[in-house]
Design a protein around this ligand. Structure first.
Ligand code: ARG
Length: 466
């Protein structure tokens, strides 16, 4: 038996000495990969059964192996077993733990037919699949918060913008749901990505299998995969699926960052469209009047951090020949970080949004100014038979006239309007009213929170099936 503090390595037969302390320090990964311990033990259990079915463990040995793995899991859970300084990685630590419990003879049998290469490739898939489901759930909660706010907003109108300039009046609900759809697509990306990552590399060994007659399909099923990987070299050497997860995390960051940016702008004194709850804003150490939108700012900032995770992964993977190379150990910290960042950020962001108050009166006043009805005025002329080119020019001249007179299109008299074009009649005022500008337009896809809700329900159903 190895004692807890005795050095155990998974390799070394041809070596006359152990690794130099500097190399050991460099290659050590337990400080971050210990998070994969539960998945590793689950993988070991499935592998032990495969060895049993192949006649490489007797029924009694398999039973003792499973008992030992259960004990090991308990010790991992209660913290009485953890990696020691000498353990190179989580797999090394767990093999040491297993041998301590089951003895050298039995414990030494588990490694047959597997390599840390197929093992790690499988574990990261298991871990990512599980955590991506949690992230997707949190994203859907955020979308739910957007739906609640848009339902609260009712028919509140705000100035829609392009180039940050007043463009056309829109419903606040329309704008909020425009932030919901990208998040729904992020969830759909995760669901779609799961189809690709839902394949177990177990049985690939170092790169090209083994001669032991194990059944990789059965192992895959036991670990919750619907199939085995299509090519053992690819199965052990590919990390594109890890990068794809990081891409979805980064894209989610972009989508949240854009909403954050709006909230930050809406929260300025100049806009004053929203009021943040005290619990989700912070003060200044010197300026007593300050109330800062820190949650939105932090999330905007954390997006940069998640880009870093994606870029690290892409850069680590470029130029690595097939199959496994140790560079790939560098995949873990980035994807752990991407997951941790989202998991920590999303619930706070959702809560901030739920507790935010929209100042509907200010928004509506904003929507009425800035000539947001100019397009509708031009449309009015078009419907009277004026070529749009001319209508556009006429309304442009009207806008100039209003700017000089410091007035709005709505406040001009019919005579003034007629002096610019004879087609104007009394009904133009109705056509230019905020109500008509919002309600009278045909819009491909308006707020439709019920359509967003249906997508949430569908996504939740698919996530439950994964
Ligand atoms: N700790 C390693 C990693 O995360 C496990 C695989 C090691 N394989 C090897 N042949 N050295 O990538």
């Amino acid at each position: 038996m190895t004692e807890n503090n005795e050095h155990l390595a998974l390799w070394g037969g041809r070596f006359t000495s152990g690794p130099s302390p500097e190399l050991a320090r460099l290659s050590k990964s337990t400080q971050f990969d210990w998070r994969l311990a539960d998945d590793d033990i689950a993988g070991s259990r499935a592998h032990a059964r495969a060895l049993g079915r192949a006649g490489l463990l007797t029924a009694d040995e398999l039973q003792r192996m499973e008992d030992a793995l259960d004990t090991l899991q308990r010790h991992v859970d209660d913290g009485s077993f953890a990696p020691i300084e000498d353990d190179e990685d989580e797999a090394t630590a767990l093999e040491r733990g297993l041998i301590d419990i089951a003895g050298d003879e039995l414990g030494g049998k588990l490694r047959a037919g597997r390599s840390r290469n197929d093992q790690i490739a499988c574990l990261i898939r298991m871990w990512l699949r599980r955590h991506s489901r949690a992230i997707a759930g949190l994203l859907l909660d955020l979308v739910n918060a957007l739906i609640e706010q848009s339902e609260k907003a009712g028919r509140t109108v705000m100035p829609g913008r392009t180039h940050m300039q007043h463009a056309q009046p829109v419903l606040l609900a329309h704008q909020l749901m425009a932030h919901a759809w990208p998040l729904i697509r992020d969830v759909q990306r995760l669901i779609d990505w799961d189809k690709r990552i839902n394949a177990s590399p177990y049985g690939s060994g170092a790169l090209a299998g083994n001669t032991l007659g194990l059944d990789p399909e059965a192992v895959a099923r036991e670990l919750g995969f619907s199939r085995v990987t299509d090519n053992s070299i690819d199965g052990t050497a590919a990390r594109d699926l890890v990068a794809e997860f990081a891409f979805v995390a980064a894209m989610t960051g972009v989508d949240i960052s854009r909403l954050s940016e709006e909230i930050i702008i809406w929260n300025t004194q100049e806009f004053a469209f929203v009021k943040l709850d005290d619990g989700y804003s912070t003060g200044s150490s010197i300026m007593p009047q300050k109330k800062n939108p820190d949650v939105a700012e932090l999330l905007r900032g954390k997006t940069g951090r998640v880009y870093g995770d994606l870029f690290s992964l892409l850069t680590v993977m470029k130029g690595i020949p097939l199959a496994y190379n140790k560079d790939m150990q560098e995949d873990k910290e980035p994807f752990f970080d991407a997951r941790d960042t989202l998991l920590k950020s999303l619930p706070v962001f959702t809560a901030m949004l739920q507790n935010m108050t929209f100042r509907e009166d200010v928004m509506e006043k904003g929507a009425a100014g800035g000539f947001t009805n100019a397009t509708d005025c031009a449309d009015y002329l078009t419907k009277k038979g004026v070529p749009f080119r001319d209508a556009h020019r006429v309304v442009g001249e009207l806008v100039n006239y209003c700017i000089k007179a410091d007035t709005a299109l709505m406040d001009l008299s019919l005579e003034e309007l007629k002096s610019f074009h004879p087609a104007f009649e009394q009904d133009v005022f109705d056509a230019m009213s905020l109500k008509t500008c919002v309600e009278g337009r045909s819009i491909p896809g308006g707020p439709a929170p019920s359509a967003v809700q249906a997508s949430i329900d569908e996504a939740r159903k698919q996530l439950a099936q994964k």
